[in-house]
Design a protein around this ligand. Structure first.
Ligand code: GDP
Ligand code: GDP
Length: 435
């Protein structure tokens, strides 16, 4: 499912990130727990009245060494390019400024719906006092207060009203995957090498935004869709090379995929940005394959691969389930294995285990390693059942969920993995008290 995208745009200090964080709420996540990331996150999910969407705070995408006007121009262009609905934010305390006019002028160029939000209307008694903002030409201004959380409901109602009914072709049976990685790791080369002589069925404009260009191909009777929102097709915009923009695009690609291929350059090893993006795929419950490209460039001994693999396992501990493939887009080494691996991971990701098989494994596990006790109270596990796929989600019913220790949960997960092939997919285990 492709989520509609809402982008917030406006000059600095009008309260974009305040509103963004309010709508995004608290999402506990490895990615965002990283110091310095929570503060300046720019991409997240939001929900209002059962409508889910992705959200971009364009103010967080700064382009170094560019003058102010260039910055906000680029941010408005990003909003136009990426979003289905744009929230144009101004400051009710200060009125319309030249910078607001600048943003408005760029937004006039788009046919996309623009919702005008007047923030810092803290005194809601005076909320009718925003007539001036009609002159910006975006219809009714919506008064809000990020500080007090006022008016957000009405504004979001208007945002949601503008989501189009248009669904993309994501509901077909093809396996959706994306190639994610820093610039120059070889994503485009891999795309070309994978597609090779294959017949590309369509190269269409799909998704809810025109830039989400997906490419479909068939291998061994299986249809695949390569999700290309990661900005592989560059359009020569100034912001395309900024790290924050590419991280945001990567997150969007992951959202739209079943399986994310995290591409690492063998010459350079793992970088912080790789970890953030891989963490995002893990949190999102996606299938993950780690692809080490440019394997041809290393002088190898008999232990090179083992050492490289050990390094990856240490750096991506939470991705212990992800298979690693060492490839070369240049020599095409092992590339023919990739589609089959994607297919296998996708199958594991949507695998369903019967309750009887699952409980056999759980009961054997308990017999081998008894459940822990805390202060004389012993954890009792009654029953387990898989409630969801993609990712596989298992509920374990117990006497008291406080007694389930992280390490025991990990043990159960490992036992489950030993009995069923869940390679490439995270498994969610939810411990619940039996009523
Ligand atoms: P951004 O640069 O547009 O992302 O703006 P920020 O979200 O960083 O907010 C800029 C400043 O405005 C911060 O000091 C916020 O605390 C403050 N602010 C945000 N929303 C409101 C509001 O509704 N009322 C008031 N009085 N201040 C606000
Ligand atoms: P992207 O920015 O991730 O899309 O990376 P590109 O596909 O544009 O590749 C960046 C550079 O790495 C280009 O010069 C490629 O020719 C080179 N490259 C890509 N894959 C390989 C590989 O497997 N081996 C070698 N030696 N070079 C590669």
């Amino acid at each position: 499912m492709v989520l509609p995208v809402v982008a917030i745009v406006g000059r600095p200090n009008v309260g974009k990130s305040t509103i963004f964080n309010r709508i995004a709420g608290e999402r506990i996540s490895i990615v965002e727990d990283t110091p310095g990331v929570t503060r300046d996150r720019i991409y997240s999910h939001g929900e209002w009245l059962g409508h889910e969407f992705s959200m971009i705070d364009t103010g967080g995408i700064e382009i170094n060494d560019q003058p102010f006007v260039k910055q906000i121009t680029a941010q408005a262009e990003i909003a136009i390019d990426e979003a289905d609905v744009i929230v144009f934010m101004v400051n009710g305390k200060e009125g319309i400024t030249n910078a607001d006019d600048n943003v408005a002028r760029i937004l006039y160029r788009t046919n996309k719906p623009v919702v005008l939000a007047v923030n810092k209307v803290d005194n809601f008694e005076a909320r009718a006092d925003i007539y001036d903002f009609y002159s910006l030409g975006f219809g009714d201004p919506y008064p809000i207060s990020g500080a007090h959380g006022l008016g957000l409901g009405d504004m979001l109602d208007e945002v949601i009203k503008n989501f189009s009914e248009k669904t993309d072709n994501a509901d077909d049976d093809s396996i959706k995957f994306s190639l994610i990685g820093r610039p120059n790791v070889g994503k485009s080369s891999l795309v070309n090498a994978i597609l090779g002589e294959k017949r590309v069925i369509v190269s269409d404009v799909a998704g809810t935004t025109r830039d989400a260009i997906n490419t479909k191909f068939i291998q061994d009777g299986q249809e695949y869709t390569m999700v290309d929102t990661a900005g592989l097709r560059k359009r020569g915009k100034v912001y395309e090379n900024t790290e924050r923009y590419s991280v945001m695009r990567a997150m969007r690609s992951i959202d739209n995929s079943d399986v994310a291929l995290i591409v690492i350059n063998a010459e350079e090893g793992i970088r912080e940005q790789d970890k953030r993006i891989a963490g995002y795929a893990h949190e999102g419950g996606k299938g993950v394959i780690i692809v080490v490209n440019k394997w041809d460039t290393l002088k190898k001994t008999s232990s090179t691969q083992r050492e490289f693999e050990a390094g990856i396992r240490t750096q991506f501990q939470y991705l212990s389930y992800a298979p690693i493939l060492f490839v070369s887009a240049l020599t095409k080494q092992r590339l023919t294995k990739l589609p089959g691996m994607i297919k296998q991971v996708n199958e594991n990701h949507s695998k369903r285990i019967s309750s009887s098989n699952l409980n056999d494994v759980i009961m054997d596990a308990i017999a081998m390693t008894p459940t822990p006790s805390i202060k004389g109270r012993k954890l009792r596990i009654y029953y387990a059942t898989q409630i969801r796929t993609a990712p596989p989600t298992i509920v374990v019913f117990v006497n008291d969920e406080e007694l389930m220790h992280f390490s025991y949960e990990r043990y159960l997960e490992n036992q489950i993995r030993n009995h069923f092939d869940f390679s490439g997919t995270p498994i969610k285990i939810i411990t619940r008290k039996r009523k």
